[in-house]
Write a protein that binds this ligand. Structure first.
Ligand code: SF4
Length: 314
């Protein structure tokens, strides 16, 4: 059984960032005031149906204050729990490359100019990455590390249509090619237990992702959030959600199918519990994490164990 230096049976974000920065770093969530093409009418309204009113950035520091003040507040939030000198600015809310490049790039520059910020992780969509934007991101990555986080969620178009993603897999693949050429590491977000998807569907997404040129992945359970369009759909027509034991089993298997160099940034969601309607168990992040580690240990599972290589998704 393979165990990484931080005692996890997988290559965790903590381990990855320690290798890069030589010490523990924390992510601070910032909202820079963007929206999404599926919200402003360009590709739809209401956004992806599972997404919260705050664009999946419920704890991100938002509002009418300067970038410097936002960083101050975000650091204050983190340091009330932990102490650190190094932070990765995480642009978490909405689509953070959606907007004029000439307006967005100075915001990124201002963020990375802060001495406490050692890198920037930008949450976005693959259909909102123009060549000019990628060129600018590449330039900035020579100053401080830049990661791009793409919310793919699934490879299945049928499911993507159900939650109104608004782009197809070819768009994602094109963005990955261009980001790779620019040497910008990519983190892909996937949702476990999406409506209508079974275990085989989920594993098809996992095997596809395992063979993508990515830096890392984030996994989280499908949440029904009070302020999301999915809540209304769920009330009208409830559909089954995974229980905790099944979630753990699926995620454990997903981890075993990842190559050893794929960073596992998240194994369970960390949304706002007050906003969470179902499944209630997913609000207890520590419990899920402990359960996952116990399950993997009991079954001798570790990252890479069931990695099948490119043939798995052919
Ligand atoms: S999931 Fe991402 S792209 Fe979709 S509405 Fe939410 S923030 Fe926008």
């Amino acid at each position: 059984m393979k165990i990484w230096p931080d005692q996890k049976p997988y290559y965790s974000a903590n381990q990855y960032y320690r290798q890069i920065f030589g010490e523990k770093v924390y992510k601070i969530s910032l909202d820079i005031g963007c929206t999404c093409p599926t919200r402003d009418g360009t590709k739809g309204v209401g956004g992806c149906t599972f997404c919260s009113a705050r664009g999946s950035g419920d704890f991100a520091i938002a509002g009418p204050m300067s970038i410097h003040e936002k960083i101050d507040s975000a650091i204050e939030m983190v340091t009330s729990k932990h102490s650190s000198n190094k932070y990765i600015a995480y642009l978490q809310s909405f689509t953070n490359t959606y907007g004029p490049v000439r307006l967005l790039v100075p915001v990124y520059e201002e963020i990375i100019a802060d001495k406490r910020v050692v890198g920037i992780s930008i949450g976005t969509r693959p259909d909102c990455l123009s060549n000019t934007m990628i060129k600018e991101l590449s330039r900035l990555s020579k100053i401080k590390p830049v990661w791009i986080e793409l919310g793919l969620q699934t490879i299945h178009q049928k499911t993507a249509d159900l939650f109104h993603r608004g782009y197809d897999l070819a768009i994602y693949e094109n963005a990955v090619v261009h980001l790779n050429k620019a040497d910008i590491p990519i983190i892909v977000h996937l949702i476990v237990g999406l409506m209508g998807e079974n275990y085989a569907d989920f594993l098809a997404t996992i095997d596809y992702i395992a063979n993508q040129p990515l830096s890392g992945i984030k996994l989280s359970m499908l949440h029904i959030l009070k302020d999301s369009p999915l809540y209304r759909e769920y009330l009208e027509k409830p559909f089954p959600l995974l229980d905790e034991a099944t979630y753990i089993k699926w995620v454990a298997e997903a981890i075993t199918r990842m190559p050893e160099n794929m960073v596992i940034h998240r194994v369970t969601g960390d949304g706002n519990r007050k906003n969470l309607v179902e499944p209630k168990w997913s609000g207890h992040k520590r419990h899920v994490l402990t359960g996952l580690l116990r399950y993997m240990k009991e079954h001798g599972l570790y990252q890479g164990l069931n990695y099948k290589g490119p043939a798995a998704c052919s």
